[in-house]
Write a protein that binds this ligand. Sequence first.
Ligand code: NPG
Length: 373
Amino acid sequence: MSEGPALSLRAIELREVALPLVRPFRTSFGEEREKRAILVRTIGDDVEGWGECVASEEPRYSEEWLDGAWTALERWMAPAVVGQANRPERVTESLGWIRGHRMAKAAIEAAVLDVWLRKAGVSLSDYLSGVRDRITCGVSVGIAPTVEEMLEEIRGYLAKGYRRIKLKIEPGRDLSVVGAVREALPDTPLSVDANGAYTPADTPLFEALDEMGLMMIEQPLDAEDLPGHAALQARLRTPICLDESIRSARDAAVAIRLGACRVINIKPGRVGGILEAKRVHDVALRSSVPVWIGGMLETGVGRAANLALAALPGVTLPGDTSASDRYFPQDLTEPFVLDPDGTMAVPSGPGIGVEPLPDRLEACTVRTSLIKP
Ligand code: NPG
């Protein structure tokens, strides 16, 4: 990734948007009924860029939350970046004094990267040295009241072509649900995601899941418990995949060295940016640890960047990079569509290759803030 010319921004606009979801999304830490996100719009002299912040309304997935990210972006991050000569590679570095707030940093870096690449006429995928123009997609299935409802939803996804089904589990809704789905769909590539809801005392449960032919067990234990994950992985044949535990390329290197995982889920928001996400990928690739690109119910803006990351050579497993209609009756951008073979095209236009549709954007906007030099 070489450094190009610096680009100066006339303004940065923050925009909170709210989009109805096609169905509520339930995980071990709660239910989302609508998607709220902060969009960062970088405004240059003759070109604009977009980034999406994936912080949820409440600090359950991580310590970040939407209003906190808004404040961090409005008060410190956007003022530090607007009017400056920006190179995308310097953005998170210049914000390094701000502790944490990775999702907010990732959003502003993404928007600077996008405007800068649009100006240069280069796609994000090419900039990152992506190696494929189509990527394979999986889908994450929220916790439903009954197994029948889950199976109906899953069968619908399989009919559309999705290549891997990820089941959300939580204490009390785990073995019996996964067992029933496995029995109904013996050959379907299946994984489970606990979002850290269990403790090492639940090892027997994971030993039972180990018999169900799963592709992976994602984030079984608390995000901070790398040694616990290493001890659990030593008892399981099924690979453990880490999500919440991996906040940087350094975390990835430590987790791999400890034997705490055999797969990594990469989310640019969680690790503080697209460029750090690439570094996580590089660390994993050097250790032959397969990775895939996760999802945070992004609108088309965040999804486009995730698809570009999914084009990297080490991304060898289907991601939570699902089509727009899995999430929204109407996306913010032109919809992303799944091919019947379970693949999706990586955007090839400059930058992230898509932008919000003006009418949709206006209809979904909850609040805006314009930051000038
Ligand atoms: O397809 O975008 C998607 C959702 C994938 O399951 C998914 N995301 O824990 O990985 C997760 C989960 C999530 C969603 C986490 C929203 C936090 C917020």
